[in-house]
Design a protein around this ligand. Structure first.
Ligand code: ADP
Ligand code: MG
Length: 276
């Protein structure tokens, strides 16, 4: 792994586990969601997507949010990203956020390097040479420096997601919001990207809020798995994952805890089906 230039990743210092700064003051959570309700539509069409959601994510923590389809996971991430506003409640986000989706959403007419350079330009890196150099470094961190001049259509799905990751670093994000980012990848590529994301996170200590409906993936990656109920989304239960890293998705320990979380999720889905 290459060392990245400090102006770009200066904010990504490993601070996980330090609930108090050196002066003894409590460290503010990176993300704090305080009793957030989000409803769409009016009258009979009103849909309550989230109801009184309460969640703190510590700086440097890796939290996975799991729940059935339609339970409000994307709604929650959009609110944290500031793309939408809550109907009630409040939230605070301490840091710069970047969003990653299932699709990398790269500009198709720009090369991999060009996509990363654009994020640097938006961030105010004036010198073209500097943007080029930093983009190459960032692509190196995701093992893609040799592919910098390729266009998105010349890259595999996994490579495109790596470019999206490099772009998030170019935005100087210290909070990564990931919405089922590996959902479209084959199992082998997904395993590899789990490993790479985990290594980058261990090296750099950014904060991750990772949404997925894949319980095994959540247990493989997270410090803490948060289970959301079906509509309206509320937190049903939180599971601390104390397993050593790096983890393997097929290990008996991951499978066992994932089985437990899945049982709880099934109960939720059944309960919701009973309500309907
Ligand atoms: N812009 C919107 N307008 C109306 N309803 C919406 C909108 N976005 C999401 N919803 C509804 O809110 C609920 C939660 O959606 P979403 O957050 O996308 O769930 P998830 O990501 O967990 O699958 C769903 O019932 C969905 O239909
Ligand atoms: Mg979603």
């Amino acid at each position: 792994m290459k060392t990245l230039p400090s102006p770009v990743l200066g904010a990504l210092k490993p601070e996980y586990g330090s609930e108090r700064a050196q002066n003894g003051e409590p460290v503010a959570p990176a993300v704090s969601v305080r009793g957030v309700t989000k409803a769409y539509g009016q009258g009979e069409r009103r849909v309550v997507a989230l109801d009184g959601l309460q969640l703190d994510v510590a700086r440097g923590e890796f939290v996975c949010v799991v729940g059935a389809s339609g339970c409000g996971k994307t709604t929650m991430l959009n609110l944290v990203a500031g793309l939408d506003t809550p109907s009630a409640g409040g939230m605070s986000v301490d840091g710069r956020v970047a969003l990653m989706f299932q699709e990398a959403a790269l500009l198709p007419w720009r090369t991999a390097g060009g996509n990363v350079e654009l994020a640097l330009r938006m961030r105010g890196v004036r010198s073209r040479a500097e943007r080029k150099r930093v983009a190459l470094d960032l692509l190196g961190a995701v093992h893609l420096d040799e592919f910098a001049s390729r266009q998105p259509h010349q890259l595999s799905g996994g490579m495109r997601q790596r470019v999206a990751l490099a772009r998030a670093f170019a935005q100087d994000a210290d909070i990564l919001l990931m919405d089922e980012p590996f959902g479209a990848l084959d199992a082998m590529t997904r395993d590899l990207l789990h490993h790479e994301l985990e290594q980058l996170w261990l090296d750099r200590g950014f904060t991750v809020v990772f949404v997925t409906h894949n319980v095994r993936e959540a247990v493989r990656l997270a410090d803490r798995v948060v289970l959301l109920s079906s509509r309206p989304g509320r937190i049903v239960e939180t599971f601390d994952v104390a397993l050593p890293r790096p983890r393997r998705i097929e290990s008996p320990e991951v499978s066992s805890l994932a089985g437990h979380v899945t049982d709880r999720l099934r109960e939720e889905v059944r309960r919701h089906a009973g309500d309907a």
